[in-house]
Design a protein around this ligand. Structure first.
Ligand code: SAH
Length: 393
C-alpha cells in the first residue's frame, strides 16, 4: 500500500496486543489510512470459532472461520498426544514455552461470538498454580493437493491457501478459548492439520513469526510436518533459529517403490532428495528430525519394513526419531488397521536398531478429530467446509 514498514508493527500491536476488532478504532493509524484500509475491504480481529466438538478423551475440535466464511479445523489436545516424547529438550519447564508471561486479555473474547458449549472447561477448573499442557494442531490450507492414498483430506482436493492471519488466528482463538497464559502454560503447536504447509510457505512462515513476536510462543515448541516438498525444506533451512519450528517428515514407506504408491509426491521428490534437503537444516543442540510413519495393516507394517527404515535413517547420519501413527480409517479408503502386535514389533525393531521410536496416542477418534478422519465430518455436517486432517492421536 506504499506505507512504511513500521505501520505493519502498529497494526500488529493493535491486533495482537490491544485486540482491536475494528479498523476505525485503531487511532495509532491516521484517519485517512483507516478510511483507505476500510475502503479496500480490510478487516481486523480474530477468526471466529463457529462450532466445537468434544471428544470423550478431552480432545476438542473447533471449526474456525475466516473472513470469507470458509472454515478450517483446529484441534486442541489436552496433555498432548505424546508426539513430542523423545524430544531431548522437552523439559517440563513452563518458562521454556516462550517469552515471559503475556496473558491474553479477557477482552479478547469479544471477538468470539460463536455459541460456546457448556463443556468448554470439561476438565474442570484448573487448580491454583497448576499450568496447562496441551498440543494444538493447526491447519495451513483448506483441502490438500498432495493426494496421499491413505488420507481423507486428499479426497477434498485443494481449495485454497490460508493467509498468515488465518493460520496464526487459529492459534490465538484457541489459546484465548482455553485461557492459556503464555509463559505459564505449556502449549505445543503442530502444523499438521489440513494442508501442506510447505506449499503455502510464505504465509506459514509469516504466521510463525507472528506467533513468536506477537503472541510470545517459542518456535522450539512448534513442529511443522511436510510430505517432503524439497524447495520448501531448502527455504526452511535458511530460516533463523528463532523463527524455525522443529521439522517432521511424513515418510510412511521404507523405500521409493512403496512411497511412490502411497504418496505420489515421492515421484517428484524421492526419499534421497528429501533427506538431502533435510541435511541442510542447522539443528539446535539436542534437536532431532522426526520421521512420521503411518502404519497400514499388511502394507508397510512388517518387521522387514522397520529394518529397512532403520538402515535408511542410520545411513543419513542425522539425529532422528520416528513417530509411528496407526492408520485412522475412513470411508472409501481401502486399507486396514495394523495389528497391535505388529505395531509393537515394528517399534521394537527400530528401537533395537537404536532408532528412537514412539507410538502416538490416538486422540479424538469419536469426533473424527483423529488424523485422516476429519473429512467424514463434512459428510455429517454438509454445510461446513472441509475440516483439517489433523494428527491428533
Ligand atoms: N501435509 C503434511 C501435514 C498434514 S498430514 C504432511 O504430509 O506431513 C499430517 C500427518 O498425518 C502426516 O504424517 C500424514 O502422513 C498423516 N496422516 C494422514 N492421513 C492419515 C490417516 N488416515 N491416519 C493416520 N495418519 C494419517
Amino acid at each position: 500500500m506504499g506505507e512504511p514498514a513500521w505501520r505493519g508493527r502498529q497494526l500488529a500491536e493493535a491486533i495482537y496486543h490491544q485486540h482491536f476488532t475494528e479498523i476505525s478504532k485503531i487511532t495509532t493509524l491516521s484517519k485517512s489510512l483507516r478510511q483507505k484500509l476500510a475502503a479496500e475491504g480490510w478487516q481486523v480481529g480474530r477468526p471466529e470459532i463457529v462450532q466445537t466438538f468434544q471428544s470423550a478423551d478431552g480432545t476438542e475440535r473447533s471449526l474456525v472461520q475466516g473472513g470469507d466464511g470458509l472454515t478450517v479445523e483446529t484441534v486442541w489436545m489436552p496433555e498432548g498426544d505424546d508426539g513430542e516424547t523423545g524430544d531431548e529438550d522437552d523439559m517440563d519447564n513452563p518458562e521454556s514455552l516462550g517469552t515471559p508471561s503475556s496473558r491474553l486479555p479477557s477482552g479478547a473474547k469479544a471477538g468470539l461470538h460463536a455459541p460456546q458449549p457448556a463443556s468448554i472447561h470439561s476438565q474442570g477448573p484448573r487448580p491454583e498454580g497448576r499450568h496447562q499442557r496441551a498440543t494444538l494442531c493447526v491447519s495451513s490450507q483448506v483441502g490438500c493437493a498432495i493426494n496421499c492414498a491413505f488420507c481423507l483430506t486428499a479426497r477434498l482436493g485443494f481449495q485454497r491457501d490460508l493467509s498468515a492471519g488465518e493460520i496464526a488466528g487459529q492459534v490465538v482463538a484457541l489459546l484465548d478459548r482455553h485461557d492459556v497464559e503464555v509463559g505459564r502454560d505449556r502449549v505445543n503447536l503442530v502444523f499438521m492439520g489440513m494442508g501442506e504447509p510447505f506449499l503455502n510457505y510464505d504465509n506459514f512462515m509469516a504466521a510463525v513469526r507472528l506467533l513468536v513476536r506477537e503472541v510470545g510462543l517459542s518456535a522450539q515448541r512448534m513442529t511443522v510436518s511436510t510430505s517432503g516438498i524439497v524447495p520448501g525444506i531448502e527455504r526452511f533451512a535458511q530460516e533463523l533459529a528463532e523463527f524455525r519450528p522443529r521439522l517432521a517428515i511424513s515418510l510412511n514407506a521404507p523405500n521409493d517403490a512403496l512411497r511412490d504408491e502411497l504418496m505420489p509426491i515421492n515421484r517428484k521428490w524421492p526419499i534421497a532428495a528429501v533427506v538431502d534437503a533435510v541435511r541442510r537444516v542447522q539443528l539446535r543442540p539436542h534437536e532431532r528430525i522426526t520421521f512420521e510413519y503411518v502404519l497400514l495393516g499388511g502394507v508397510n507394517d512388517r518387521v522387514e519394513d522397520a529394518s529397512q527404515i532403520a538402515r535408511l535413517l542410520r545411513k543419513t547420519g542425522l539425529p532422528v526419531k520416528v513417530n509411528l501413527i496407526t492408520w485412522n480409517p475412513g470411508p472409501g479408503i481401502d486399507y486396514s488397521l495394523p495389528q497391535p502386535e505388529a505395531v509393537e514389533a515394528f517399534r521394537q525393531t527400530l528401537v533395537n536398531a537404536e532408532i528412537p521410536a514412539y507410538v502416538r496416542k490416538s486422540r479424538g477418534r469419536d469426533i473424527y478429530a483423529a488424523c485422516g478422519q476429519l473429512k467424514r465430518t463434512v459428510d455429517i455436517t454438509p454445510k461446513q467446509l472441509p475440516p483439517c486432517v489433523c494428527r491428533s492421536r
